[in-house]
Design a protein around this ligand. Structure first.
Ligand SMILES: Nc1ncnc2c1ncn2[C@@H]1O[C@H](COP(=O)(O)OP(=O)(O)OP(=O)(O)O)[C@@H](O)[C@H]1O
Ligand SMILES: [Mg+2]
Length: 305
């Protein structure tokens, strides 16, 4: 089973939309997929058409009671299972505060279903608390969705350092594998500049032993598409709601790429929006601990679990 946590502590960047539609696309390819809602907002649960108020089973019980992963999941589509969330999940962090081994509860629960699914995809909450730590302890790979504007990159260093810390202390196989650019308008220059800067940053990490040394900006970006924003209110994936829209096409290509079912051509050079002056590339301050004197991204600051 390939296990992926979709994580960014910044809110509204496309985590839930990506988990829903990548999981659905993989399931449509015949892969057996388990999607985990690890966010008390329960947006993944709602997006997949399950009412969180009627959820009896799910992530909260898995973390706090003697139960098993298989007892807590619900079958939501052909080949697709959901570990649902509801608002009780908010309380899990404080309830577990004195429990020994609280950061590896999910990992232990997943050990017995390793053969039963091809993919496990976790929708993380926009925070770096105990729920996220459980997710990072349980998976092999992290996918970071981000919106390519300048402010979106502000928290990236802290996020990368958090993954690094978990990798060193709890989960030695954990790696940042994918950066997924969501709501990406390729006609504007800023998104392309942000993308180029992230690629350069990742390139500099190649060959090192940091947790993002093998990370790749996915060659397919998710275009802004209103259908993706409408689908959740119908409890439908994009393939059910509007199967021929850009959003459906993008997520299908992304899922195929992740699963190794399709090669993608290298991106073409960025194209500027008509009439826009060519601008100086922005400087992105992504630094590693070694060369940084900035307090906010030092590794000790990530130990807030
Ligand atoms: N490509 C897109 N085009 C247009 N709207 C989008 C796109 N992707 C996501 N959205 C919308 O943007 C909003 C935020 O997306 P989403 O809920 O997936 O982000 P998130 O990172 O999970 O947020 P949170 O941190 O609150 O969990 C939602 O209303 C969603 O429908
Ligand atoms: Mg979300």
């Amino acid at each position: 089973m390939k296990k992926i946590a979709v994580l960014n502590q910044k809110g509204g960047v496309g985590k839930t939309t990506s988990v829903t539609n990548i999981a659905a696309a993989l399931a449509m390819e015949g892969k057996r997929v388990a999607a985990i809602d690890f966010d008390p907002q329960a947006h993944l649960t709602i997006h997949l058409g399950v009412n969180p108020e009627q959820v009896q089973t799910g992530a909260y019980r898995l973390l706090t009671e003697e139960t098993s992963f298989e007892q807590e999941i619900v079958h939501v589509r052909e080949n697709l299972w959901l570990l649902p969330a509801n608002i009780h999940l908010v309380g899990a962090e404080s309830e577990l505060v004195s429990v020994v081994g609280r950061e590896t509860i999910l990992r232990e629960a997943l050990a017995e279903v390793d053969e039963k699914f091809d993919y496990l995809i976790i929708d993380c909450a926009p925070s770096l608390g105990l729920l996220t730590l459980n997710a990072l302890a349980a998976v092999d790979e992290v996918m970071i969705p981000l919106q390519p504007h300048f402010l979106a990159l502000q928290g990236l260093s802290k996020l990368l350092q958090t993954v690094e810390l978990v990798n060193k202390r709890i989960n030695p196989v954990l790696k940042v594998r994918w950066i997924l650019l969501c709501m990406f308008d390729s006609r504007a220059s800023l998104p392309n500049e942000v993308k180029a800067d992230i690629e350069k940053f990742l390139e500099n990490a190649r060959g090192t032993n940091c947790a993002w040394a093998g990370a790749e900006v996915l060659p397919v970006q998710v275009r802004p598409n209103i259908k993706l924003a409408e689908a959740p209110s119908y409890g439908q994936t994009i393939f059910e709601y509007e199967p021929h829209c850009n959003g459906a096409e993008d997520y299908k290509r992304i899922a195929h790429y992740i699963a190794g079912l399709r090669q993608e051509k290298k991106d073409t050079e960025p194209t500027a929006v008509e009439g826009e002056e060519s601008q100086k590339p922005i400087e992105i301050n992504i630094q590693t601990v070694e060369n940084s004197s900035q307090k906010e991204i030092q590794i000790k600051d990530t130990q807030s679990f």
